[in-house]
Design a protein around this ligand. Structure first.
Ligand SMILES: [Zn+2]
Ligand SMILES: [Zn+2]
Length: 150
C-alpha cells in the first residue's frame, strides 16, 4: 500500500447520487449530502464516521474503520482536527504527543495543551514576558512534577 496517498485529506465525498446518478448532491452539513433529484441521503467519510459513532458509542478506531470503510488515517485526521471525539471507555484511541497520556481528540492532553499554548503565547509576545506564569491566575502546573520529560 502506498502510505503517501493516505496522508492528508483524501476524504471521499459523494459526487453523484448513489441511487439515481444525478451529479452534485447538495451538502447539508456535518458530512451529509442530499440528492436534489430523488432526495437520497449520502455521506462523506466524515459523515460516515460521525453516524457510526452516534450509534456505536465507544467504538474503537479499527472498528470504525472496518465498519465504515473509512481509512484509519482519515479517522485519525478527524481526531487530530477535533472534528470527532471518541467517547471515554473506548480504549486508547490517541496519545498526547508530549506525555503519551490517552486522549480522545486533538494532539495534546489538557495539561500539555496549556503548556503548549502558554509557550506559543510567550513566543507571540516576542520573548518579552516569557517567564510570566499564567495570566493573572496563580498556576501551580509549572513546577517540577508537571513538567514533561524529554
Ligand atoms: Zn438521486
Ligand atoms: Zn500530555
Amino acid at each position: 500500500m502506498n502510505e503517501n496517498i493516505l496522508v492528508g485529506r483524501n476524504i471521499h465525498v459523494p459526487l453523484t447520487c448513489e441511487k439515481c446518478g444525478k451529479a452534485n448532491p447538495e451538502y447539508k452539513g456535518v458530512g451529509e449530502y442530499k440528492c436534489s433529484e430523488c432526495g437520497y441521503l449520502m455521506y462523506d467519510d466524515f459523515g460516515k464516521v460521525r453516524n457510526y459513532l452516534e450509534v456505536h458509542r465507544g467504538a474503537t478506531q479499527s472498528e470504525v474503520s472496518r465498519e465504515t470503510g473509512v481509512a484509519m488515517e482519515t479517522i485519525r485526521q478527524f481526531l487530530r482536527d477535533e472534528r470527532i471525539e471518541i467517547t471515554a471507555g473506548s480504549g486508547v484511541m490517541m496519545q498526547c504527543e508530549i506525555c503519551k497520556a490517552p486522549i480522545r481528540s486533538g494532539r495534546y492532553c489538557p495539561e500539555c495543551t496549556k503548556v503548549v499554548e502558554k509557550r506559543q503565547n510567550a513566543e507571540n509576545s516576542s520573548g518579552h514576558k516569557s517567564n510570566v506564569q499564567g495570566f493573572g491566575m496563580a498556576q501551580r502546573g509549572e513546577s517540577g512534577a508537571r513538567r514533561f520529560k524529554r
